[in-house]
Design a binder for this molecule. Sequence first.
Ligand code: GLN
Length: 330
Amino acid sequence: MDKIEIATMKSSDINHVLGHIYDSVLENREGALADYIPELAKVEPDSFGMALATNNGRVYSIGDTETPFTIQSISKALNYCIALELIGRDAILARVGVEPSGDRFNAIEFDPRTLRPYNPMVNAGAITVAWILCNRLGNNAFDYILNRFSQAAGRQLVLDQNVYQSEFRTGHRNRAIGHLLLSAQAIEEPVDLALDVYFKQCSISVTAIDLAVMGATFANLGMNPITGKQVFDTTAVRNTLSVMFTCGMYDYSGNWAHDVGLPAKSGVGGGILGIVNRQLGIGTFSPRVDPNGNSVRGLASFKILSDEFGLHAFDPTNRGSGLVAHFFDH
Ligand code: GLN
């Protein structure tokens, strides 16, 4: 089909394209559940849902878009945005870089030039950001995070206690990373509180629709387009989307930027959150993940969505920001 700006498409046409993408991806059963967190191995492997939320508050969805799953690493992007707002860009950069690592999300390594984590989207960087939030907010850090995530989703979110307990019991590798950060003086005590917040932030329960609305909140310069509430600081959104674009899909980030061309973040729970700047939030959920930890069907859906709607940031048919359209088309 011709590439048309989503804002100008009829709802029936958008639903038609979503249905077509859903059908073409549904048969793909490649990948496996992330069973290194035992509780994640208990989810229904065949679940699949996809949702779009526009920056004027319309939501389109197909499949299992109200099935709860844990947000996992997608939480890293939201936390980074919150931390940028609370302590500022330079204070964060002193503790966590913005370079892609080219390694696995749970690699036990630092950037050798700085002895700091490569970026906030790998576990070492995210645990550092969790520590920054604990340092600023003390014992209230998790409640504060949950509240901000809920504002971005436009509804009250809850912690999945079973997944949290499972991560807490088995998160030895993350504990090793936390203690290595402490020994390298990248963070300070209390490391156990920071790890606890990290395990909890990953265990927040969301749906594909929640991810789409969170994405639309980012796309809409930090204002949730459904509730009308300003959730994130505008400058922090800009910096967060930059890191999502270069580092959001682990060691697949370069391929993703090339093929899909959107800032995005994935989680081993099977979710992917993508953003079309100033236009759209996209949320997908399908729990079978590839060796990089990215949802197989989610990845396939995003590739087709990006192609069919011309969403790639550098696609000539992507009209980009609504502001550009406003100033140059009239
Ligand atoms: N909680 C998971 C972990 O720390 C998150 C990883 C992910 O989603 N890639 O291992």
